[in-house]
Design a protein around this ligand. Structure first.
Ligand code: HEM
Length: 407
């Protein structure tokens, strides 16, 4: 199978063709929840579920829906599928692999990182204070996560542009037109990224420091130390997993402030304790995420005959707007109770390992920004399409200019 037919093409399922439709797929989600909540796409042999309860089952029931998949939404570079990959595996094997990395992301360990994250945010916000208009994606949403994860791993943060560019190629979905080059491009980038990390890992093996790569060089899987190659691949996984997603979250926070609920900026300024719930509401409301699994055995759990080996897509962004779970679900409400039940960080055994880190980064970023900037405004003549990424899949902002009013 070539990498193109191993890839599930979401836009061929949704038929949402334009960037704007991809950015606001919520009307289509509603349509599917109401009319076709368990939908079979015959062309690609893919099941799709849109209701909260169904998405939950797909994410939790690893005996029916496995992560050991052949096809997936993002083409998986072959090298990613190895002993140290914690995502492409099911329990009980998954538990052992995950334990190697989970230590680094416990709330207690993250607490130690808080002052450093605060310092990075302070620097980024100070940098923009002299400007009346800033591109919040380039100035904050991109540099923050990549700097933080580089420092956590123990990789020089001065290399963040390179790291960001590599992880974009490896982890961002591609559109159909780009498929012919995708395997080649991913292969090239993977090689460069590995060559960059090898000497760093070897050095830390000899002289461990207080960082995640050093911890991984000392970690054992079934009584054996990880190989340098395995530590390199785990590091690439972590450098990639937390970058683009956290960038999307921070960018979307600002979009929601200006477009989903204009006026709440002042409410936040008056009461900073609302910030964590604001972040959760953005994760629930404006994050059109999807997860895929392989049907592990024949089942009719959703009332339709699903066959072993077929693929299934859980439309998380739709589950997050399911009115049976969230009252007035289509409304952005920073006072909403229970919005953290969204599935944007997944659920079940693969629940995002970096969720506490992403939440901490977004909370510190927004709190600091709101304290220091008196108000923000839309830029006159803002045209959304000009600021969306070039791919039509997994729409996100590549730039977002906003006007600042200083305190
Ligand atoms: C807003 C930011 C983020 C979002 C929306 C997000 C989303 C997700 C989702 C949906 C999953 C589940 C995958 C599945 O079910 O197969 C996941 C897993 C994972 N995430 Fe995140 N993530 C974010 C940030 C991060 C960060 C900052 C890191 C770490 C640096 C990270 C590391 C991971 C890892 C290692 C896994 C795999 C866990 C496993 O398979 O057991 N994520 N993430």
């Amino acid at each position: 199978m070539s990498s193109s037919n191993q890839t599930i093409l979401l836009q061929e399922i949704s038929k949402l063709k334009t960037k704007e439709e991809q950015w606001e797929p919520f009307g289509w989600y509603r349509h599917m929840r109401e009319n076709n909540p368990v939908f079979y796409d015959a062309e690609q042999d893919v099941w799709n579920v849109f209701l909260y309860d169904h998405v939950k089952t797909v994410l939790f029931d690893h005996q029916l829906f496995s992560n050991k998949k052949v096809r997936s939404l993002i083409p998986i570079p072959r090298k990613m599928d190895n002993r140290s990959n914690i995502n492409l595996v099911d329990p009980p094997e998954h538990r052992k692999r995950r334990a190697l990395q989970s230590q680094a992301f416990t709330p207690r360990n993250l607490k130690e990182w808080e002052p450093r994250i605060q310092a990075i945010v302070d620097e980024l916000v100070t940098d923009m204070e002299g400007d009346s208009t800033v591109d919040i994606v380039q100035k904050l949403a991109i540099p923050l996560p990549v700097t933080v994860i580089a420092e956590l791993l123990g990789v020089p943060s001065k290399d963040r542009d390179k790291i960001k560019a590599w992880s974009d190629v490896l982890f961002l979905p591609y559109n159909k037109e780009a498929y012919s080059d995708i395997a080649q491009e991913k292969g090239r980038v993977m090689k460069e990224f590995q060559e960059y990390l090898y000497p760093i890992v070897q050095e830390k093996q000899k002289h461990p420091a207080d960082d995640i790569i050093s911890d991984l060089t000392k970690a054992e899987l079934e009584g054996e130390l990880l190989t340098v190659e395995e530590v390199v691949m785990s590091s690439i996984g972590l450098l990639g997993a937390g970058n683009e997603t956290t960038t999307t979250l921070i960018s979307n926070v600002f979009y929601s402030l200006l477009f989903d609920k204009p006026g709440i900026y002042q409410e936040l300024r008056a009461d900073l304790s609302l910030v964590p719930n604001m972040i959760e509401e953005v994760l629930r409301f404006r994050f059109p995420a999807t997860m895929d699994r392989k049907v592990a055995k024949d089942t009719s759990v959703f009332g339709h005959e699903m066959k072993e080996g077929q693929a299934i897509v859980a439309w998380i962004g739709s589950a997050n707007r399911d009115g049976a779970q969230f009252a007035h679900a289509e409304e952005f409400d920073i006072h909403r109770q229970g919005n953290q039940r969204h599935f944007t960080f997944g659920a079940g055994p693969h629940f995002c390992l970096g969720a506490p880190l992403a939440r901490m980064e977004a909370n510190i970023a927004l709190t600091t920004f709101v304290k220091r900037i008196a108000n923000i405004q839309k830029v006159e003549g803002f045209k959304l399409t000009e600021h969306l990424i070039d791919s039509v899949i997994g729409q996100s902002l590549k730039s977002f200019p906003i006007r600042l009013k200083k305190a």
